[in-house]
Design a protein around this ligand. Structure first.
Ligand SMILES: Nc1ncnc2c1ncn2[C@@H]1O[C@H](COP(=O)(O)OP(=O)(O)O)[C@@H](O)[C@H]1O
Ligand SMILES: [Mg+2]
Length: 250
């Protein structure tokens, strides 16, 4: 049996407010360690909500998340934040880099938040990551001086600085032109292979999804399809993606 880094059991999420909005229903998924998983589905199907729950940014309403053998049902907010900082990196569609800091400072921001001024070793690590990603020349630039693709590379560097076991990416190429998007994806795939970092990425682009090892499709807050691209091959996977038989029992 493959080693699973993340398993959910009957995960449900309802946004509460004046009216309650149930969004996720009994989600059972398993993420293999070191794999690249794509999460696809129509707009509004709950992809971002699921990613935010899996990434422990937003608590589920019920159900269990098991992260690397640790059960996350309800924990106090500080404990959860520490766990998240130590284990998880995020890349979003919009980069959320801070404009008053340079690229280098932005990359080190998660370390600042965790432990105050980063040690020299960490600064060296940030530089090493910048060199690996090919953005070392941008070290002292402010984020508004960078192109969209460059900003996204800096976000990836920031996601890597704490050496996370798992990176969640929510439409990381959604705001980029095709060419920069492809380059960012290639970079993510390379980092996945080189460092055995597990990647879970939301995308609405089926071609992008086919680059992953596994695909989950979400429709109306329910998982309606799982495709093992590694096993079936891309051609069969592409067929399965296109089949319009993706219905869910309600
Ligand atoms: N904070 C929130 N409060 C209430 N409803 C929300 C909130 N965030 C998302 N939703 C609703 O949850 C559903 C799923 O949204 P989302 O997870 O963003 O979908 P996707 O990422 O697949 O487009 C949508 O109907 C959306 O309006
Ligand atoms: Mg979304």
């Amino acid at each position: 049996m493959a080693d699973k880094i993340l398993i959910t059991h009957k995960l449900n999420k309802t946004y509460t407010g004046k009216i309650d909005t149930p969004v996720l229903f009994d989600i059972n998924i398993e993420i293999e360690r070191g794999s690249f998983t794509a999460l696809i589905g129509p707009s509004g199907s709950g992809k971002s909500t699921l990613l935010n729950c899996l990434g422990l940014l937003d608590p589920q309403t019920s159900g269990e998340i098991n992260f690397d053998g640790k059960s996350i049902i309800s924990q106090n907010v500080n404990e959860l934040a520490d766990f998240r900082n130590a284990n998880i990196g995020f890349i979003f569609q919009f980069h959320y880099l801070l404009p008053e800091f340079t690229a280098f400072e932005n990359i080190l921001l998660p370390c600042w938040i965790r432990n105050g001024k980063p040690a020299l070793e960490l600064e060296k690590e940030a530089l090493r990551i910048m060199e690996r990603i090919g953005v070392e020349k941008l070290k002292n630039k402010y984020t508004y001086e960078l192109s969209g693709g460059q900003q996204q590379r800096i976000s990836i560097a920031r996601a890597l600085i704490n050496k996370p076991k798992l990176i969640f990416a929510d439409e990381p190429t959604g705001n980029l032109d095709r060419e920069s998007g492809v380059a960012v994806l290639e970079l993510m795939a390379e980092l996945n292979h080189e460092n055995n970092i597990t990647m879970v990425m939301v995308t609405h682009d089926r071609d992008v999804a086919l680059k992953a090892d596994h695909i989950y499709e979400l429709v109306d807050g329910r998982i309606c399809k799982f495709i093992d691209v590694k096993k079936t091959g891309k051609i069969q996977a592409a067929k399965e993606i296109e089949e319009r038989t993706c219905t869910v029992e309600k």
